[in-house]
Design a protein around this ligand. Structure first.
Ligand code: ZN
Length: 257
């Protein structure tokens, strides 16, 4: 925890969530934990703490992440450690307390796939049909960025080839992740082809599955990841990671199918 606190600068972390303005030695912002119009939320870089003079919320960077991301202490540690590529030591006897190494592999594969699909949509010639489709549907670039929309190119093995290069992942794990399908003859191919990709995130903002919308009127119109050890359709709700703060603040939620 000490190593983590040395690396995780509170100003750097909170800046990812709120626009901080310098005010003398401190930084201030409109408090994310209560409704206000003039900023009474202060961040002190010397003491590495935050404090709100309006609602009394305060603490160090771990407490900020717990409160903002709605995580338990251990989860907040994992969340921050992940940002700085630190490995959280585990007690081998802790049994089911930690997530399995298979789960970690699957999170890693989804993070790689997300980067792959987003890069294709944003800057690859293979993403042209995806970009045209987004423009045609009036989806602004800001929205596409916010939702991390990507594009799976045409062809049978674009992602599979990418994942195999540099040994990013093993084929069996890609099949378990639901991103690659192995048929009865033993040949493997990408599940998502020529589709706009909508990542589904868990509450810790980790991509855990994808929804793919055809851009060429192929059947089915929408194709989703299957259930996997990290993705359960009955447990995860699309968009909850983006909306949970607003839901808590408004004490209301509108669910649309
Ligand atoms: Zn406050």
């Amino acid at each position: 925890i000490e190593t983590l606190l040395e690396k995780a600068d509170i100003v750097e972390i909170i800046s990812e969530y709120l626009p901080l303005r310098q005010a003398g030695q401190n930084f201030k912002a409109v408090c994310p934990f209560h409704h206000e119009k003039t900023p009474s939320f202060m961040v002190n870089p010397q003491k590495q703490i935050f404090h709100c003079f309006g609602c009394g919320a305060g603490g160090d960077v771990i407490e900020f992440v717990m409160k903002y991301e709605k995580l338990a202490f251990g989860e907040a540690i994992e969340f921050l450690a992940g940002k700085y590529s630190l490995v959280v030591p585990r007690d081998k006897d802790s049994g089911s307390a930690g997530e399995s190494s298979l789960a970690y592999k699957l999170y890693e594969i989804h993070a790689q796939a997300l980067g792959f699909y987003e890069d294709i949509l944003k800057k690859n010639a293979l993403g042209k049909t995806g970009r045209e489709y987004l423009a045609q549907r009036g989806i602004a670039k800001e929205i596409a960025d916010l939702l991390h929309i990507g594009f799976a190119p045409a062809g049978w093995s674009s992602f599979l080839d990418y994942a195999k290069q540099g040994k990013r992942a093993q084929e069996g794990d890609l099949v378990t992740a639901g991103l690659v399908i192995k048929n009865e003859k033993g040949s493997s191919y990408d599940r998502f082809r020529e589709r706009l990709i909508f990542p589904i995130f868990d509450q810790k903002n980790r991509p855990i599955a994808f929804g793919g919308r055809t851009v060429e009127n192929h059947d089915p119109k929408y194709l989703n990841s299957p259930e996997t050890p990290i993705y359960s359709k009955g447990k995860h709700l699309y968009g909850l990671n983006f909306s949970k703060h607003a839901i808590v603040n408004e004490k209301a939620v509108l669910i649309v199918e």
